[in-house]
Design a protein around this ligand. Structure first.
Ligand code: NAI
Length: 248
């Protein structure tokens, strides 16, 4: 089956408004495209907005926004009349430098603290629409990553944040779920992919034998945020070609 074949009703998100952070590249951009193809109006925010390109005809607005800029984040949500789906997908990794204090803080700031701040700011709007949050964790929420210690710490935090907010926000009719992508072919993966030894190791350990397409994460998000997942909250859905189920 082609990884690009979507299976959703084409108007699944008609009338819905979504915000995607990290929507200027990789997984966030693919989430924006999938939701917009299904009828949503999408606000894609992130860095490098001037280089972000989307297929024509989709209702995606792109803006430059640093998720650690509290005033900008506050203004983003204050400027919305409606919000149905919030996907905080902005992220960075600094490799082994993450063991240094400044780098550790920077990664956790973007990958965990800014995620909660965004969700907190989105809450009143999502309560009005009985909307949904889909966070983005990683396989590194399950196993440790000595080479990316802050990233792994933050992603572990994202899973627990998701579960904790799922419990609290249920009172507002807001569902909070999480996707945990495996090795997805985005700019973030470039360095690892270009190392022949690592490339071989990653693919041979992935039962489905390939990298994921960012769209496949987008489609998992589209499911979790839709009414088809109306009784699903606090869930963590691996989108990893089976990487996590392999023991040795
Ligand atoms: P990417 O490098 O293609 O995209 C990262 C996005 O985050 C870009 O839009 C960038 O502008 C944005 N960003 C970074 N710092 C920001 C800031 N301070 N303010 C606003 N936006 C900022 O990377 P990718 O792969 O699309 O990653 C997206 C998310 O998926 C991240 O949270 C990453 O940890 C996660 N992920 C990626 C995997 C992969 O294999 N590519 C695997 C598991 C999780």
């Amino acid at each position: 089956m082609s990884p690009r074949r979507g299976a959703f009703r084409p108007d699944l998100y008609a009338g819905a408004v979504a915000v995607v952070t990290g929507g200027t590249s990789g997984i966030g951009a693919a989430v924006a495209v999938v939701l917009a193809e299904l009828g949503a109006v999408v606000h894609a925010v992130g860095l490098g907005a001037e280089h972000a390109t989307f297929p024509p005809g989709l209702r995606i607005t792109v803006s430059e926004l640093d998720v650690t800029d509290d005033a900008a984040m506050t203004a983003l949500f204050a400027g919305l009349e409606r919000l149905d789906v919030f996907v905080p997908a902005a992220g960075i990794s600094l490799g082994e430098r993450e063991l240094e204090w400044d780098s550790f803080q920077r990664v956790v700031q973007i990958q965990l603290l800014a995620v909660y701040r965004g969700i907190q700011l989105a809450r009143p709007l999502l309560a009005r629409s009985h909307g949904s949050v889909v966070t983005v964790a990683s396989m590194y929420a399950t196993f440790g990553g000595g080479e990316i210690a802050a990233y792994s710490s933050a992603k572990g935090g994202i899973v627990q944040l998701t579960k904790s907010l799922a419990e609290v926000y249920a009172a507002d009719g807001i569902r909070v779920n999480c996707v945990a992508p495996g090795w997805i072919d985005t700019p973030l993966l470039e360095a690892l992919k270009n190392d022949a030894r690592i490339h071989e190791r990653l693919l041979s350990r992935t039962p489905l034998g390939r990298y994921g397409d960012p769209r496949e994460v987008g489609e998992a998000v589209a499911f979790l945020a839709s009414d088809s997942a109306a009784f699903v909250t606090g869930a963590v859905l691996p989108v990893d070609g089976g990487y996590l189920v392999v023991g040795i």
